[in-house]
Design a protein around this ligand. Structure first.
Ligand SMILES: Cc1cc2nc3c(=O)[nH]c(=O)nc-3n(C[C@H](O)[C@H](O)[C@H](O)COP(=O)(O)OP(=O)(O)OC[C@H]3O[C@@H](n4cnc5c(N)ncnc54)[C@H](O)[C@@H]3O)c2cc1C
Length: 484
């Protein structure tokens, strides 16, 4: 049967974009359907990854400037710097990024159509544009990469003025003096430290019992020491009862209880940021009619090749659930295309160690087993640590807050986990990742020349530190170094 396209992609975020790019490498005819009439790129460029990182970059510059040069009149950053300038900075970054993505799409001859895409058959979709005009398209394959949207809170509403979500906070017109963040996940910690760098007084009301429970314990302790120093208050087990406007005092009031103290508490704030998770965009896509199966959390169910329960329809990115990251979505979209047109590539991601990067100030990143997991698994492990204040490059850059921690098997020194709190963590992690991917051990960091001064020196210091610990436990140093 002859179709209009080889593949139609619904949604132009990282999963859709990478599937389109990869498919053109197979000389396939590609159509991207995007609901936004303004730009392409989804949460990646318009509402999440890149804009929040632009805000972070500006906040970090301001913080460095402020902490290195101080202020003779004791002013806070928000009294000296204007949100308008930060937003201009973000706008310039986004304009550049939008242009590059559009250029790639044009250069690779990917066709695009604006409107709401809805699947009408195993190989057909319908697109409704803003004038309500409907058009049908067909393809051998369809990729659903419609992403996710911010979850709605239950006890209050997001008005995008006083109460914001992770998308509307990126449009603030001023630096708030006080900010309450409801939620204890990655995005909360990122925004908490970004706004704290701008001088905002931040309180996190976490509805769960713990913030970032997956972190290695020592890394979490380092993070908490850092956020305490910044006067960021974290309240766990908080149940929000109500958020109301106090017109007299021109602020919002958040009323909450905690499981420890069952009395109603009130905090005043300029803004509330609600980050209560993500909802997969599966509504009004025609999934039910076609019998496309969802998981119990409402994500599209896919096999290890990113195929849905209908074999011509694939799904990738946030719409299929965890890890819900742009980094993973890029790979998923590409692998879906390879499975459609390339054939034999093993599209499994499940058995690969995935790194995560948290763009707080400073950053956090990790891969592999935490020390706690290694203990639970009864692995005979040793850890090696390097503190940033022992790294020359960190000294030079006034970025001495941090820790890199290696977790490795005591018997053969095989690296099984890397956990970092400190600047450049999300880049640094990839050195550990590649050693782990090649079943390498920590001797690599000792035996190889690494550029100096660099943040990578932390790997060398941590490897020596870990080796000393192995030595102290009775294993002869020379024997350890000879062993392979
Ligand atoms: C504040 C924030 C910070 C983040 N930071 C990071 C980070 O630092 N690193 C990282 O890896 N990830 C980060 N993420 C996560 C990342 O943005 C997402 O995981 C990623 O964008 C998901 O990609 P996607 O392709 O699945 O969908 P999306 O990027 O959400 O794109 C989906 C697209 O589909 C379109 N669409 C939806 N329905 C239809 C339809 N029916 N018809 C046509 N078009 C449709 C939407 O308009 C949208 O453009 C962050 C997210 C947020 C919110």
């Amino acid at each position: 049967m002859k179709y209009d396209y080889d593949v139609i992609i619904i949604g132009s975020g990282p999963a859709g974009f990478s599937c389109a790019m990869q498919s053109t490498k197979f000389d396939k005819k590609v159509l991207i359907v995007e609901a936004s009439s303004v730009n392409i790129g989804g949460s990646w460029i318009q509402k999440g990854t890149v804009p929040s990182k632009a805000l972070r970059a500006a906040a970090k510059l301001i913080q460095s400037f402020h902490s290195q040069f101080g202020d003779e009149r004791g002013r806070k950053p928000f009294e000296k710097f204007r949100m308008e300038d930060i937003m201009d900075y973000k706008k310039t970054i986004l304009e550049g990024k939008n242009k590059k993505v559009k250029d790639d799409i044009i250069k690779n001859e990917v066709e695009t159509v604006r409107g709401w895409g809805r699947i009408t058959g195993k190989n057909t979709i319908e697109v409704v544009d803003n004038l309500n005009t409907k058009k049908e398209y067909s393809a051998e394959y369809i990729l659903i990469s419609t992403g996710s949207s911010p979850a709605e809170p239950q006890n209050f509403t997001i008005d995008h003025e006083g109460v914001l979500d992770y998308s509307s906070i990126l449009e603030l017109t001023h630096i708030p003096r006080r900010l309450i963040i409801i939620g204890g996940g990655i995005i909360s910690i990122e925004f908490a430290t970004i706004f704290s760098a701008l001088g905002t007084r931040v309180t996190i009301l976490n509805e769960q019992s713990e913030v970032l429970p997956f972190l290695d314990g020592e890394i979490k302790a380092a993070l908490f020491k850092s956020i305490k120093k910044k006067n960021i208050q974290v309240i766990n087990n908080a149940t929000i009862e109500k958020i109301s406007k106090n017109e007299l005092r021109t602020c919002d009031e958040v009323l909450f209880r905690t499981s420890e103290e069952d009395r109603l508490q009130v905090v005043e704030t300029d803004h509330v940021l609600y980050v209560g998770g993500k909802i997969p965009n599966t509504k009004n896509l025609g999934l039910e009619e076609l019998g496309i199966k969802l998981t119990k959390h409402g994500h599209i169910k896919v096999d290890k090749h990113f195929k849905s329960s209908v074999s011509s329809i694939y799904a990738a990115g946030d719409v299929i659930g965890e890890p819900s990251l742009a980094s993973a979505s890029f790979l998923q979209g590409r692998l879906a295309s390879v499975d459609m047109f390339g054939g034999s590539v093993d599209a499994m991601m499940g058995d690969r160690d995935l790194p995560y990067g948290i763009y707080s100030v400073p950053e956090i990143s990790g891969i592999g087993l935490t020390e706690e997991q290694a203990t639970d698994l009864n692995i005979d492990y040793t850890v090696g640590r390097a503190y940033y204040n022992n790294i020359t490059r960190a000294d030079l850059n006034h970025e001495t807050e941090g820790l890199l921690k290696l977790v490795f098997r005591t018997d053969n020194l095989k690296l099984i986990g890397v956990h970092i709190f400190g600047e450049h963590a999300s880049d640094l992690i990839h050195l550990g990742q590649s050693i782990m991917a090649h079943n390498g051990n920590i001797k690599y960091f000792i035996e190889r020349v690494l550029n100096y001064p660099t943040y990578s020196e932390a790997y060398k210091i941590a490897a020596y530190n870990g080796l000393n610990r192995v030595h102290k436990s009775g294993i002869k140093y020379k024997k350890v170094l000879d062993k392979d």
